[in-house]
Design a protein around this ligand. Sequence first.
Ligand code: 26V
Length: 740
Amino acid sequence: MDKKEFLNELNGIDVRGKNVIALYNEISSLAMKCAGEITPTEGTRNAYYLSMEFLIGRGFFNNLMEIGVLDEVRKVLAGKGVDINIFEEIEDAALGNGGLGRLAVCFLDSAAGLGLPLHGYGIRYKYGLFKQAFENGYQIELPDDWQKFGDPWSIRREGEKRTVKYADMTVTAVPYDYPVFGKRINRLRLFQAEGSEEARKISEYLYPADDTEEGKILRIRQEYFFSAATVAELIENFVKRYGKKFDKFPKYNVIQLNDTHPVMAIAELIRILTTEYSIAFPAALSIARETFAYTNHTVLPEALETWKEEYVRKILPEIADIMIKVSLCAEKELSAYGEERISETAIYKGGQFYMANLAVYVAKKVNGVAKLHTEILKSKTFKAANSIYPDKFQNKTNGITHRRWLELCNVELSGLIDRTIGESWRSDISRLSKLKDFTREIAEEFIQIKTVKKRQLLKYIAQKENIEIQENFLVYSQIKRLHEYKRQLMTAFAVLELYFGLKDGSIKDFQPSVFIFGAKSAPSYKRAKAIIKFINEIAAYINSDAETNGLLKVVFVCNYNVSYAEKIVAGSDVSLQVSTAGLEASGTGNMKFMMNGAVTCGTMDGANIEIVELAGRENNYIFGATVEEIADIKQKGYKPAEYLEGNNKRAVETLIDGTFSDGGTGIFKELYDCLTAYGEPDCYFVLLDLKNYVQTLLEINYDYKDKKSFAIKQLENAANSAYFSSDRTIKEYAKDIWDL
Ligand code: 26V
């Protein structure tokens, strides 16, 4: 069906007596008819993006935009008396936790937009990332039944189901295909586990709790489930098209491993080739080494996956054997490099599998997601491997799709860009750079637009959170997963210091400001949950002070998700990116804010470094210890208590002085202890950077008085953001890794 036929049928829809859900399903299903054939193309090379997470967000508006009918649908519906915004009620598809899952979807969007054959493979979880509620300021988790209104954007492929075998059970993997619209239509294929009750559990939850043996085994089952279903399909298709000349397999297939979660695909490919096609092990391993590429997304040691052999063997004995065999091959190959390097690169050691080491050994290319991150991978995390295979390692700085994160979420700014430099930037984002010549000229108009976006955001917050904020407020936002290394706690202290300064008169001439937080904590992450409670306490305390009410407010938005992010990035002035240097692999929220014209207040970490390199340090606000400085302080011995003084001390001590209540749980005291302890000093260096942080926030606040020059800084960021479109990133993957 083409656009014209679609619009014809749309005109014929009878809206009378239909509720939002019925209309949503009807219009979406109609648009799905535009999808046509969505299989990988024969005769050419295809890339496959294997990911445990795809954080899709809301499909409705985005898909209609990509098909090129969003405006027409808006008009047709309006003609029938229906406001298109009613579909904001439709749930996000949140099949991911954060950056890693959202990046996967941005990549699919860019590849389709550029006409490159990249297909996503993952799991169709029944319940996505939990819905967050606050109960007395504490996070509680509710199941995310995202399909309850239907799932009109997918097609169940009954005829293409296959079985995935474990030692103790057999599971049916049923594919659901989600078209990814763009210049070409690619597909995201998500497998649903069916069969026995036990089988269905495999695709029930995203990240089931894995603090027990049972939980860990379920996680291994999930990883193998979609990896095995994908590999079986690729091999079957290859044999159908090209016969059994498997040395040609890597010519037609390249598999990108999104972190280590799909790494068992390597062992599965070798298993099928050796057992079902009688290929010798060394040849099968060589084929794998030509087929896979691996992206690392974190250097945090606790997030680098290791699996006990015992667990893997229990449900996947052949996979365990193959991983051990690969480990032996690696050891043999590296035998000349000495004990230390062999141990550091070991795939199997001490009864455990080191999944990242397996990925690094087998992958043809390994990449980090920002310049600094890749440097850290090469010099620390995978130092030994890098010394052996220096050509394997590459950097691919992340990006975000400018279609969702600018064209869709900021129609107003997009319009201003069109009026200033023409529309060609939409199809060739590099042209956005032309905006650099006009930042001064369009500053006033930009201020108007920022106010409109702020008004929309603040209205939404008023409805959702019941907190009123005036549109003259300067908006500082920190939205991301809750983790100690991201240092939301440092922002909390900084806000308290500003508050104390306003109260005691030491801060004068302050531009009214609001701090917006949005974050979910992993359900079992006690400290992260304590931080949420602490910030909610601070918000309630500050917001109820009539004396400071016109000057300072704090909001922790509830159930932060992709759709909320779309509003926050467009309506904010300042993007808070304050991770401990060296720990945020890239960050992608930082890019979304930048593209929408916000300044970054951040540390020299992840992609922040590249952001200020491009948009100018003078247009952003950098503070805090660098990677080198942190290493130096660590070496000398960090003594956090030395940094406690004045309002700084007062802010931190609210954790223990009774200002706020943690309901007798002791979680605030625990936070205090781990920040200030001497024995094992806080490895996120919150107190080290706090003073500088507060000064920087004040500097921003001061600069904001000159509205026009501040707007120019913001515009400089937007105008220099083309590099951070995932179109650029995907072109680099296609050229340097996938050879598409
Ligand atoms: C996972 C876990 C799980 C165990 C508890 C601690 C912990 C900490 C971090 C993670 C993150 C896993 C990978 C991830 O999501 N990385 C993010 O990937 C983004 C896309 O490349 C990147 O922008 C973010 O900086 C990075 O944190």
